[in-house]
Design a protein around this ligand. Structure first.
Ligand SMILES: *[C@@H]1O[C@H](CO)[C@@H](O)[C@H](O)[C@H]1NC(C)=O
Ligand SMILES: *[C@@H]1O[C@H](CO)[C@@H](O)[C@H](O)[C@H]1NC(C)=O
Ligand SMILES: *[C@@H]1O[C@H](CO)[C@@H](O)[C@H](O)[C@H]1NC(C)=O
Ligand SMILES: *[C@@H]1O[C@H](CO)[C@@H](O)[C@H](O)[C@H]1NC(C)=O
Ligand SMILES: *[C@@H]1O[C@H](CO)[C@@H](O)[C@H](O)[C@H]1NC(C)=O
Ligand SMILES: [Zn+2]
Length: 543
């Protein structure tokens, strides 16, 4: 998350805890302002396997015979410090920084012998793909994703950890360490499930592809990007049934609305499983002001490069991107689920919001006022890094700023860039600086970027329902709800493989799980549930 002390330089921070926790106050706020269309909050029936032959195997995943060794194996996985740092994007060959990834691979090979009898590939030295051939080759494979890398631990915070960050300490309830929740719980959960199914002699009908990247936390350029290339070359465009990666999670009602969420018909307490069906785009913009003349500060002009840069920043902040509410925005589906499965909305709210198109200006007016709701409707901009000046008595020749954007569903990266150009151009002209095709003799303004377009929106059709039905089997009394992710995952690479891209971590996440900050940990029950979830997901894909 942005506030994380441990990741000051990460570009893709704001991970899945934030995805859940930030959604929460937003929904709390939204529930008082909006209501939704009547498209319905589709609830699949809990998965109930027709072929019972694996039921015992499934039940046994909760017995100590299985769980005690599981906790030890998981602890061992957390102890391998597979940290990625930003500099590893450029310095891909550093043998010291990448050594833990070799250790991790060996650890998987040693502990999951049956999985390693499947076809598997080491991609780009450190990423992994396992292909478990299904019996029916006419069916498209499903692809289960996770990442093996973890974010760094800020050395200054090590003393704040209850147990050292790479100790993998196991206590009564938790297993502690960096990556326990993000994302080694999923890596180990998937591989444990497959190992267990292989041990039981199971063969899937549909091919199962497991794809582990090794650099998601620094954008996945060397890892999942290449895994996807391999899979694309083999299975082709739209060759995958669905992709499931980390993302939303299961949120306990109390932890998000501070109100009990009650099924009005049954008066039961509910959890919400929020599954990402889309994610906002991403855009980093570096704006650099270059001034031809430096010199001594005693001959200062009215505006230094830093002053001009400041003028640009102020102008951008005074002209934020406008919110929009499209019928396709997954937030409407999330709200529909809250509406149907809680008693949180008053009658008049239901009315306003049932007719949200009429009340859209009002809704956006309120949404805009709260940053926690604005993120679902507008492109956000945040000036995050500024550089300029070297000496107090010398005029700066260059000054630059990094602005991070999360691009709303209704916009493209180009539209956001156009907005920036329109703001910057007159300021550059005023100070005789060249900019784009505009000339000036005092210096220049240069804009550089890194970008991801907003993702396609995945349908809530059969694949979504299949995932939802397995959630309901493993986590009874859970409402399945689509959601919009405001952060990015390695799914940025998979758009060409399938329309059915889902982002969900099958665990009940609380606000103190320490993702990207101190005291990251996972509860033992969550770890077991992740294994159970993938076990059943593979079964479900076969029925
Ligand atoms: C499940 O556990 C029981 C008791 O430990 C054991 O007898 C049985 O063989 C196990 N079943 C499977 C499928 O592993
Ligand atoms: C049920 O599953 C078992 C184990 O995967 C398999 O051997 C058996 O053929 C299946 N039965 C049917 C009727 O499909
Ligand atoms: C949540 O509920 C607790 C206990 O009722 C209360 O003390 C707290 O202020 C509430 N928090 C919010 C954000 O409403
Ligand atoms: C912006 O880009 C320039 C040129 O690559 C670089 O020197 C500068 O450090 C960057 N600015 C920031 C704030 O990172
Ligand atoms: C400068 O570039 C902008 C954006 O590409 C374009 O709209 C405009 O017509 C150009 N102006 C000139 C004078 O070429
Ligand atoms: Zn992650």
């Amino acid at each position: 998350m942005e506030k994380s002390k441990s990741t000051p330089t990460r570009k893709f921070n704001f991970k899945f805890l934030a995805r859940s926790v930030l959604l929460i106050p937003a929904l709390l706020f939204l529930k008082s302002t909006i209501q939704v269309t009547s498209s319905g909050c589709i609830q699949p029936e809990p998965f109930n396997p027709a072929n019972k032959s694996l039921d015992n195997n499934y039940q046994n995943l909760t017995t100590p015979t299985f769980t005690l060794p599981l906790f030890n194996r998981f602890s061992g996985a957390v102890q391998i410090p597979t940290v990625t740092y930003d500099e590893m994007i450029g310095d891909y060959q550093d043998p010291v920084l990448f050594a833990p990834f070799k250790d991790f691979r060996k650890y998987l090979q040693d502990n999951y012998p049956l999985v390693h009898q499947l076809e598997y590939h080491i991609i780009n030295e450190y990423s992994l793909i396992y292909i478990w051939q299904g019996s029916d080759v006419s069916l498209k494979p499903i692809m289960l994703m996770a990442h093996m890398d973890v974010v760094p631990v800020d050395p200054a915070t090590v003393s704040e950890w209850s147990h050292p960050p790479f100790s993998g300490f196991v206590d009564e309830k938790f297993i502690w360490g960096r990556g326990a929740t993000d994302c080694k719980g999923t890596v180990i959960g998937i591989i444990e499930a497959v190992e267990s199914l292989l041990k039981a002699g199971f063969t899937p009908k549909r091919t199962i592809i497991v794809s582990f990247g090794h650099d998601e936390e620094i954008s996945g350029y060397h890892g999942q990007q290449h895994n996807v290339e391999y899979i694309f070359n083999r299975y082709g465009a739209d060759g995958i049934e669905y992709v499931l990666d980390e993302g939303g999670s299961i949120v306990a009602s109390d932890s998000f609305m501070n109100t009990s969420v009650i099924d009005s018909s049954k008066k039961e307490s509910k959890h919400f499983a929020i599954i990402g069906i889309a994610e906002k785009g991403y855009l980093d913009v570096n704006i650099t002001v270059n001034i031809n003349k430096g010199g001594h500060a005693s001959i200062a002009p009215p505006h230094t490069g830093i002053g001009i840069l400041a003028e640009i920043i102020v102008a951008l902040e005074d002209n934020p991107h406008q919110p929009e509410l499209l019928a396709s925005n997954p937030v409407l589906q999330t709200l529909q689920c809250i509406n149907e499965h809680t008693n949180l909305l008053s009658t008049w709210q239901k009315f306003i919001l049932h007719h949200w198109q009429w009340f859209k200006p009002l809704i956006l007016h309120f949404a805009k006022k709260n940053p926690l709701t604005n993120i679902f409707f507008a492109t956000t901009q945040a000036a995050d890094v500024v550089k300029g000046g070297v000496k107090v008595n010398a005029l700066p020749q260059t000054a630059s700023i990094f602005i991070n954007h999360r691009v709303a569903m209704h916009q493209s990266v180009d539209q956001v860039m156009d907005h920036i150009y329109q703001i910057v151009a007159p300021i550059a002209a005023k100070h005789s600086l060249s900019f784009l095709n505009q000339t000036g003799n005092a210096g220049s303004v240069v804009v550089g970027t890194e970008k991801i377009e907003p993702s396609p929106i995945s349908p809530t059709g059969q694949s979504f329902e299949e995932i939802g039905s397995v959630v309901k089997r493993v986590f009874p009394n859970t409402i399945i709800s689509p959601m919009l992710m405001t952060a990015n995952t390695d799914t940025r690479w998979v758009w060409k493989l399938t329309r059915n891209i889902y982002r969900f971590t099958p665990a009940i996440i609380a606000s103190d799980d320490g993702i990207h900050t101190v005291n990251e940990r996972i509860s033992k029950s969550n770890l077991v549930n992740i294994v159970k979830f993938y076990h059943e997901l593979v079964r479900a894909s076969t029925e």
